[in-house]
Design a protein. Sequence first.
Length: 60
Amino acid sequence: MMPKDPVMLLSYMNLKLRDYYPSLEAFCEDTGEDIVWITGRLASIAYRYDAGRNQFVPSA
């Protein structure tokens, strides 16, 4: 189950991306999670997905 709290979600997503998935798209395809919900939730705390680093990073 995905964490609802955005800070916990940030930690959860970066762990999953680092250890198990080559991209956010691959994570969402495998788990059935909504990419729009994830990116929107993390944008609410000023984080964005960086495909080159395959992690969520602070928005510039």
